[in-house]
Each structure stands twice: as structure tokens, then as C-alpha cells.
Design a protein around this ligand. Structure first.
Ligand SMILES: Nc1ncnc2c1ncn2[C@@H]1O[C@H](COP(=O)(O)OP(=O)(O)OP(=O)(O)O)[C@@H](O)[C@H]1O
Length: 555
């Protein structure tokens, strides 16, 4: 029940939205095509009787038109099945596109992607957005349409099977019993037993599938992390350790895989035996009717096909058991992911005033332990503040709090009105053209000349020559160059408040001084707040804040 509720919460926003009426049309057409296949199968069923009867009676003049009829029925079935499937895939991609966009938007809104890393983040959000969204949409549609088709098959063939079965008479305890539509009852009982046995053998698959998806994603994430840190690993000669860790991570996949495959083997033994036996059950069960001459040989083949269809309808659950368990694992994973995202949205928003202010501000770690306590400050627009203090005291965390991305604090914060920009010690440089990298996150269009100008101002003349060149800038540029590049971004963006977190730590002292002076000169209206261990920068700031551990701050 909980699972269905979780599923409904995930599916509802798309399917009740009127804007998606065309997807409903496509879904209806796809279901219509597959229901027509059921209708054509009923036609094929009648054909079966006529054909086998003609064969038994050696009526060759009937066989030729029947062969032509067969070709027509098969052609119709093939075309309907292929187009039905094609329409289903269209429905899937439309839903998946919307669903993935929603997940990405929720993940990106209010810095949720970052806040989630601060608490008990559900594992591998990348996998949930990419893989789980794909599985949810494709499995739901194929299970839903398949389920409807199974019900239609049941309706269409139950009647046929019932009529063909006639009545079975038998004596027991000197009494005569008659069972109408007995082949239908055989199919029903056979399918119920199969379903129960399948569930008994298959139910542990849910947990195993869940674990498998998670472990595969962990392994992929580990590999990615190695690629991102390739240079550091190479310099530290960490290959053997990395190899061991990756091997261990893969061991988890392999051991879970063994459990999964053993469980699937047991289930396979049951499902396959059940299916193979099912093919002969109608022939054996039809013998009494054949002996009573209530059906012909053609009728027996008709019974067999009708029985197999009714059995297939009743056994839909059995045949889709593995898919259903993987689907339920996907729903659970996506449900916890979206719940976790929604909880993140409750983080506080920071209000704006004419000046930046903190009142009785206490910054904490995620576990609630205080880092910095009782801070009060007011920083007028255009003023410059240097924040210093011992390593690990909480300076970067304080800046994150002021920038509005760290939710663990008490007291009041007001940001200065306008744009705030925070430059960290290690800037993020996306790969692509230098133009796009410098203009990241591209809130305005800037000309190449503007870009060249700011690059020259910060001393990156070589890069300024061709801003359209592409590269892996994070790897290509030195630490110091990256910091110059980051400051060039600030010159370009001209924020109202600029927060620098050791943004000149990789530069020599003279260059660091020159660049801070450049910022002050180029952005005279901007409020500048900087965290730095570089004492030579002190004279450039008219206000200083020396942070003390858990104590009062002197401003
Ligand atoms: N996401 C996090 N989860 C848990 N603890 C964190 C997190 N981020 C920071 N901390 C902890 O908060 C403390 C302060 O970290 P912070 O980076 O703010 O220090 P800092 O004063 O800037 O240090 P440094 O001068 O060395 O850069 C550290 O003990 C750190 O381990």
C-alpha cells in the first residue's frame, strides 16, 4: 500500500496535468493497438479449429484459402504489435523527459543538491535521476499496458474456453457431479497455484534488486571519483590502493549478484516448469471432451490456444514477477529521493537590507555543535572586511552561511541588497570554451572583447588571445592561474557583495596584493569580505575580524 502511495506521488503530477493530453492520446492508441491484437488472436483461434479440422478431414480445397487467411491475420497482428510498441515507447520518452526535468529542477532549486550532501543524503542521486527515472517510466508503462492486455485476453478467451469446455461429468460417492466450463477452472486453479509458488520463491528478489542497483551505482561513482582525482592519485602513487578499493567495491556487486542469480535460478526453475507444463495441460484436460466427442481434433487445438491465453492472462503476475520486484525497488528509491529533496526545501531564506548584518549569529556543524558563537556585525555597502582566524575554526563555514547555502545556524543574517558572489579557494572551471567557462554561469551575454579585457587585467594575457579555444580548464590551468581566472569572473559579474574565501592563497604575495587592489579599484561600490591567512593583505582592508573558537569575535 505504501509502495502504491509512493508511486502515485511520483506519477500524479505528470498524468493529471492537462498539458499532457497528447500523451494520454498516444497511450490510448497504444492500448487500442494491443487490444486489437487480442481481437485478431480470437480470429486466429477460430482459424485454428477450421485449419486442423480441414487437415484431419483431408479437405485440401479448404486449406489454401485458410493459409491465405493465416497470412492476413499474422500481418495484422505484426503491424499492430510493432506500432503498439512504438507508441508505448513514445509515451515513455515523453513522460521520462518531463520526469527527469522535474527531478533536475527540484534537485537544483534552493541549492538542494548541495544541502543534501550536508545530511543523510540518499545514495547516488545521479543514478536516481538517470537510471531510476528511466526504469520507473518504462517499467510502469509496459506493466500497465501489459496488465490491460492480460485482462482483455482473459475476457476474450474465457468465454471461448468456457463454451468449448462443455460439461465434465464424474461420479464420486455414488453421486454424479457436473462441472460447467471445467477447462476454465483448470486454468484458474493452475494459475493461482503458480502465482503463489512464484511469490514464495521470488519475494526476496525485491531486496536483492534494490541492493544490486545501489551497489552498481556506488561502483560507478567510485570510478568517476578516481577519474576526477587522477593527477593526485598518480602523484601519490596510489594505484595499488585504488585498485584494492575498486576491487572491494566490485566484490559487493559480485556477491550480491550471486545471491540474485541463485534466487532467479530458483524462480526460473519454477516459472519455466510451470510454463512448459501449461502447454500440455489443456491437451490432457481436453481428452475427456474429445473422448465424449463433444469436441473435434481442431476443437482440441482451439481449446489449447484458448487455454494458453486464459492461463497467460491469469499468469501475468508470474511472468512479470522479476520486473515487478525491480519496479518496486525503483519506486522506493525514487520515493525516498524526492522525499529527501522536499525536506531540504524547508531551509531558511536570507533576507536583504541596505547593509550586511549578523545579529547574535552562531554557526554550527551539521550535527548541531557550535563552531562560532554570538557574532554581531554591520558592514556598510562598499566597505572592505578581512576575516582571519586559525585553521578549522569555521571561516569557510561562516562564508557559506552568509552566502545562504549553509542552513545550520542560529541568530539573524541580512545580506546586502543586490547580487552576492562567493569565490572559493578552488574555483569550479567547467570544460568547454574559455568564453563559457569565464562567463559561467552565464547570466548575461558578454562580448569577447570584455572577456579579453578582464583576462588581461588579472594578468592572463596568454589566455586572452583566444577566448573561443576549448579545453579542460580545471586540469590545464595552474592553481594560481585558476584563482586569477576566478577573480576575472568577479570583475565581469560586478556583484554588489563579493565574498572571497582564500581566493588568492595560491598566488605570490605581490600578485595577491595587486589583484585585491584591482578589485577595489574596478568595483568601488562592491562590499568586499575576504577570508585569508595572508597577513600582507591586512592593510588593504579598513575592517578586520579575528575569529576566536566558540568565543566572542572582535570586530
Ligand atoms: N559538510 C560538513 N560536514 C561536517 N563538518 C564540516 C563540513 N564542512 C565543514 N565541516 C567542519 O567544520 C569545521 C570548520 O571548517 P571550515 O572549512 O569552515 O574551517 P576554516 O576555518 O575555513 O579552515 P581553513 O582555514 O583550514 O580553511 C571543520 O572542523 C570541518 O571539519
Amino acid at each position: 500500500m505504501q509502495l502504491l502511495k509512493q508511486f502515485w506521488l511520483l506519477a500524479k503530477p505528470y498524468w493529471i496535468n492537462r498539458a499532457h493530453w497528447f500523451t494520454w492520446v498516444l497511450l490510448a492508441l497504444s492500448i487500442g493497438a494491443l487490444l486489437s491484437v487480442v481481437e485478431a488472436s480470437v480470429w486466429l483461434n477460430t482459424w485454428n479449429k477450421e485449419f486442423y479440422d480441414a487437415l484431419v478431414d483431408l479437405e485440401f480445397d479448404k486449406i489454401q484459402p485458410l493459409m491465405f487467411e493465416f497470412c492476413v491475420i499474422i500481418a495484422i497482428i505484426v503491424v499492430l504489435m510493432v506500432y503498439g510498441q512504438w507508441l508505448q515507447q513514445l509515451v515513455i520518452i515523453r513522460w521520462r523527459t518531463w520526469f527527469t526535468e522535474q527531478l533536475i529542477s527540484q534537485w537544483m532549486t534552493d541549492k538542494t543538491y548541495y544541502r543534501m550532501t550536508l545530511g543523510d543524503e540518499p545514495d547516488n542521486p545521479d543514478q536516481r535521476i538517470a537510471e531510476d527515472a528511466r526504469l520507473l517510466t518504462s517499467d510502469t508503462i509496459s506493466l500497465f499496458v501489459g496488465g490491460i492486455q492480460a485482462v482483455a485476453v482473459l475476457f476474450a478467451f474465457t468465454r471461448i474456453l468456457w463454451d468449448l469446455s462443455g460439461q465434465l461429468s464424474f461420479e464420486w460417492n455414488n453421486e454424479t457431479f457436473q462441472i460447467a466450463g471445467y477447462l476454465f477452472w483448470v486454468a484458474l486453479v493452475y494459475s493461482i497455484v503458480g502465482t503463489l509458488v512464484t511469490h514464495y520463491f521470488g519475494h526476496p528478489l525485491h531486496k536483492l534488486n534494490f541492493a544490486q542497483q545501489r551497489k552498481e551505482a556506488d561502483f560507478r561513482a567510485r570510478l568517476l571519483r578516481r577519474r576526477d582525482s587522477a593527477e593526485q592519485i598518480a602523484l601519490l602513487k596510489g594505484e595499488a590502493t585504488e585498485q584494492r578499493q575498486l576491487k572491494n567495491s566490485f566484490q559487493f556487486i559480485a556477491s550480491n549478484w550471486y545471491s540474485l542469480m541463485n534466487r532467479e535460478k530458483k524462480l526460473g526453475l519454477v516459472v519455466n516448469s510451470y510454463h512448459r507444463v501449461a502447454m500440455m495441460v489443456p491437451l490432457f484436460a481436453g481428452i475427456p471432451a474429445l473422448m465424449a466427442k463433444s469436441i473435434t481434433i481442431g476443437g482440441l487445438f482451439q481449446v489449447r490456444m484458448a487455454f494458453m491465453k486464459v492461463y497467460a492472462g491469469f499468469s501475468w503476475f508470474v511472468h512479470n514477477y522479476a520486473k515487478l520486484t525491480s519496479w518496486s525497488a525503483t519506486v522506493e528509491r525514487l520515493g525516498t529521493f524526492t522525499d529527501a529533496m522536499q525536506q531540504q526545501h524547508q531551509a531558511q531564506n536570507i533576507d536583504c537590507q541596505t547593509s550586511m548584518q549578523w545579529r547574535e549569529l552562531t554557526v554550527q556543524r551539521p550535527d548541531g555543535k557550535p563552531l562560532l558563537e554570538g557574532m554581531n556585525i554591520e558592514l556598510n555597502a562598499g566597505s572592505h572586511l578581512l576575516v582571519s582566524g586559525a585553521s578549522g575554526l569555521g571561516k569557510s563555514t561562516l562564508l557559506r552561511t552568509i552566502a545562504g547555502i549553509w542552513p545550520f545556524y542560529e541568530g539573524q543574517i541580512f545580506q546586502q541588497q543586490g547580487e552576492t558572489m562567493l569565490l572559493p579557494q578552488r574555483p569550479y572551471l567547467p570544460s568547454g570554451t574559455l568564453h563559457d567557462c569565464l562567463n559561467y554561469p552565464a547570466t548575461q551575454t558578454v562580448s569577447n572583447e570584455q572577456l579579453q579585457q578582464v583576462l588581461q587585467l588579472v594578468g592572463l594575457d596568454e589566455l586572452a588571445k583566444d577566448v573561443e579555444q576549448t579545453g579542460e580548464w580545471q586540469q590545464v590551468l595552474s592553481g594560481g592561474e585558476q584563482q586569477k581566472f576566478s577573480l576575472a569572473r568577479a570583475l565581469l559579474a560586478q556583484p554588489d557583495t563579493l565574498i572571497l574565501d582564500e581566493a588568492t592563497s595560491s598566488l605570490d604575495e605581490a600578485t595577491a596584493i595587486a589583484l585585491i587592489e584591482l578589485i577595489k579599484q574596478q568595483l568601488p561600490q562592491t562590499t568586499l569580505m575576504m577570508v585569508s591567512h595572508q597577513a600582507v593583505l591586512k592593510p588593504l582592508f579598513e575592517r578586520h575580524l579575528d575569529l576566536m573558537p566558540y568565543g566572542a569575535a572582535k570586530a
